[in-house]
Design a protein around this ligand. Structure first.
Ligand SMILES: Cc1cc2nc3c(=O)[nH]c(=O)nc-3n(C[C@H](O)[C@H](O)[C@H](O)COP(=O)(O)O)c2cc1C
Length: 189
């Protein structure tokens, strides 16, 4: 089981960093697996703490992956010297307990939850949010996937966007579509 979350960390200089990251629930916490190079990984190695945030704001996923918007607001965490994502539905404040394969391509960070908070009510599932999430994963793999697969999957996901998106999901979908177009233009030139 993997939950798609937004992980927030602080650099040693105190600069907040926001990144979408899959989180696997483990006993008492979360397993995070950032690919090197990763600012999230560097921040965890330096500060040993951060927050795993749960949000239904699709723009955070799309904005970070496309780099169209990465400066999502954060607030101080309560139990660890780090930051949480402002406006998230819930968040877990975590400390790194153990690191496996610290020198490998994808280290495993075993994190223990030291404080968990429900911040806002969940408003229900939305297909367009799920479509943006899938689109964001595709965009994060543009260099690895064939163009016809991207087109086919974006075409299918577009149906949920057309039928169920609100303004935030449309904005997020626009960022993803622009990123695909920019990738194509770069490849063609
Ligand atoms: C839904 C979703 C899940 C992701 N999960 C991971 C992950 O588990 N590990 C990872 O390294 N990157 C993951 N990514 C990609 C990162 O968000 C992206 O590469 C980001 O820049 C992480 O690097 P950073 O720590 O330097 O910001 C995911 C992206 C999306 C949209």
């Amino acid at each position: 089981m993997i939950r798609e979350t937004i992980v927030t960390t602080l650099s040693p200089e105190g600069r907040p960093h926001v990144a979408p990251m899959g989180a696997t629930p483990i006993d008492g916490g979360w397993l995070l697996q950032p690919f090197r190079p990763s600012t999230t990984l560097e921040n965890f190695l330096a500060t040993r703490c951060g927050c795993v945030n749960f949000t239904d704001d699709a723009r955070v996923f799309a904005g970070c992956v496309t780099k169209r918007r990465q400066d999502w607001p954060t607030e101080p965490a309560l139990a660890v010297p780090s930051v949480r994502l402002a406006g998230a539905l819930a968040h877990d404040e975590v400390e790194v307990e153990r690191i496996d394969d610290g020198e490998g391509q994808r280290p495993k960070l075993y994190c223990r939850t030291v404080h968990a908070a429900n911040d806002r009510a969940f408003g229900g599932l939305n297909r367009a949010v799920a479509a943006v999430l899938e689109g964001a994963v595709l965009v994060s793999r543009l260099d690895m996937l064939p163009a016809d697969k991207i087109d086919a999957e974006f075409g299918y996901l577009q149906i949920a966007i057309d039928k169920t998106a609100g303004p935030e999901e449309r904005e997020a979908w626009g960022w993803l579509s622009d990123a695909v177009a920019a990738h194509r233009a770069k490849a063609a030139s």
